[in-house]
Each structure stands twice: as structure tokens, then as C-alpha cells.
Design a protein around this ligand. Structure first.
Ligand code: IPD
Ligand code: CA
Ligand code: CA
Length: 262
């Protein structure tokens, strides 16, 4: 099996190349379709980028498996071997409407354990990446370990939808959280919001419903920097299952869980 450094180097090369394909598409007219609802968008570029990775991975690492959001990869029942969990464009709505605030997200997991995380903020040419146990980087610059923040001084990433009537959480609980923290932000890309937690731009990110391709890359990077990622019951997240998610520093995790989620 290929070594971890080789897999990481190859992933870095491909994610940059995929980013170029996306920026070049800014000049073209996108083919936009809807998926589960009118607000769930997919474009020809989401599919193109997913295919791009699948083809290259199959050629270079034929024993690796791909789990991609757009479904062109493998159908998986368990996490055996090396699995690339790929969101070709996280923040498709932003990509379509704003041509910014989106990212490519990749988590590479070996036998269920996160080994390599990459999130590429294409428009800013900022690649966040790590190999488990070797520190995390923004381009070539090492990212400092995550710092703790007090609840009342923290900025929390949260989608406003969770302040409306919904089946996942009592909206009064989220409203109370919004009132008690210093501020909330909603960027429309889970991958970017996770990387903002990793780099201290946000102190926590909370979502009631995410898929493995939304959180795999970001979780691996956050954990590398000493952060904690669980579902809203405090259970470890699983790289094959959709779940709720809270990503933050360990003490703030405890504080939020105790005050709002227990
Ligand atoms: C979405 C974004 C969004 C999150 C949604 C995801 P997509 O991913 O990450 O911020 O709230 O749950 O589905 O569809 O743009 O890849
Ligand atoms: Ca996504
Ligand atoms: Ca996507």
C-alpha cells in the first residue's frame, strides 16, 4: 500500500488542480439541477470534480475506495481499507449565487480512522491540510493548536434554520444559545465553518444534520489541532453516517453540552 506521505502529496496536487477547474468554470454557464428540494443544488462542476478525483484515485491507488457526495464513487457498508470521503464542492449554493464561500473537502480514512484532511478554499487559494500526528497547515504555514474560549466570548457558526420550528432541536434552546454567546455566523459551507473553528475564526460550529462528506476533512484537521467533534449527544461521529455535529475546543464543548444539549 502507498505510504501516507505519498497519498497526501498526491491529494494536495489533485485538489489544487480541481480548484483550477472550478475557477475556470466561472467564465462558463453552469448547468444547475435540484436534488432533494428546490434549495438542494448540484451543478455540472460538482459532478466534474467528483469524476476528476475518482479517475485519478482509481489510476494511481487502485485499491482505494471513494465515497463522494454526488454518488459516482463506491457504495459502502463499512469503512475497510483506505477511503477517500469527498465533497467536490461544499457550499454549492454559494458557488452558484456568489462564486465564493465554497470549498473542496476531502477526508482520507483508513479502517475507520481519519488519517489525512484537506479543505481547499479555492477563491482565496488557501489549502488547509494535515496528516494525522504531524500537525496541520494553512498552505505551508503551521496552524497553532486550538485555544479555549469562554462561552460568553465565543463566536458560533450556526445556520438560522435551526432557530425556526424544526424536527431536530427545540428552537428555544438554539435561541438561548444565540443570546448567550458573543455572536453567531452562518457561512453556508460546513467545510469552511469547520476550518474556521480549526483556525480560531469561530470558536464552535453546530449543525443538526450533516453528511460524512461535509465533515470528514474538517473533523480530521480539528482533531489534529486538539479540538473535539461529536454529535449533539456527545457520541463520536462516524465517517459513514449522517449526523448532527458540534465541533469546538474540549472545554467549550463541555460547556455547550452541559448548558444546552443535556
Ligand atoms: C451543504 C453546506 C451547508 C450545510 C448543508 C450541506 P453542499 O453542503 O455544507 O453549509 O448547512 O447541510 O449540505 O450541499 O453545499 O455540499
Ligand atoms: Ca456539503
Ligand atoms: Ca457538495
Amino acid at each position: 500500500m502507498a505510504g501516507i506521505d505519498e497519498i497526501h502529496a498526491q491529494a494536495v496536487r489533485w485538489i489544487k488542480e480541481a480548484g483550477q477547474r472550478i475557477t475556470q468554470s466561472f467564465e462558463t454557464i453552469l448547468d444547475i439541477e435540484t436534488k432533494s428540494s428546490m434549495n438542494d443544488l448540484v451543478t455540472n462542476m460538482d459532478k466534474d470534480v467528483e469524476h476528476f478525483f475518482i479517475e485519478r484515485i482509481a489510476e494511481r491507488f487502485p485499491d482505494h475506495i471513494v465515497l463522494g457526495e454526488e454518488g459516482a464513487g463506491h457504495d459502502l457498508e463499512e469503512l475497510k481499507g483506505v477511503v477517500w470521503i469527498i465533497d467536490p464542492i461544499d457550499g454549492t449554493m454559494n458557488f452558484v449565487h456568489q462564486q465564493r464561500n465554497f470549498a473542496i473537502s476531502i477526508g482520507i480514512v483508513e479502517n475507520g480512522v481519519g488519517k489525512i484532511g484537506l479543505i481547499y478554499d479555492v477563491v482565496h487559494d488557501e489549502l488547509y491540510h494535515c496528516i494525522r500526528g504531524e500537525g496541520a497547515f494553512q498552505n505551508e504555514k503551521r496552524i497553532e493548536p486550538m485555544k479555549e474560549a469562554k462561552l460568553e466570548e465565543s463566536i458560533v457558526g450556526l445556520n438560522a434554520i435551526w432557530l425556526t420550528e424544526n424536527k431536530k432541536i427545540d428552537k428555544d434552546v438554539t435561541a438561548q444559545l444565540v443570546r448567550e454567546v458573543r455572536g453567531t455566523r452562518s457561512y453556508g459551507s460546513a467545510a469552511l465553518e469547520l476550518i474556521y473553528v480549526a483556525t480560531g475564526r469561530l470558536n464552535a460550529y453546530i449543525s443538526m444534520r450533516l453528511a460524512p462528506w461535509d465533515f470528514a476533512g474538517g473533523t480530521i484537521i480539528i482533531e489534529e489541532l486538539g479540538g473535539k467533534v461529536t454529535d449533539l449527544k456527545g457520541n463520536p461521529i462516524h465517517y459513514l453516517k449522517k449526523s448532527s455535529l458540534i465541533a469546538t475546543s474540549p472545554k467549550l464543548h463541555e460547556a455547550i453540552m452541559e448548558r444546552y444539549l443535556s
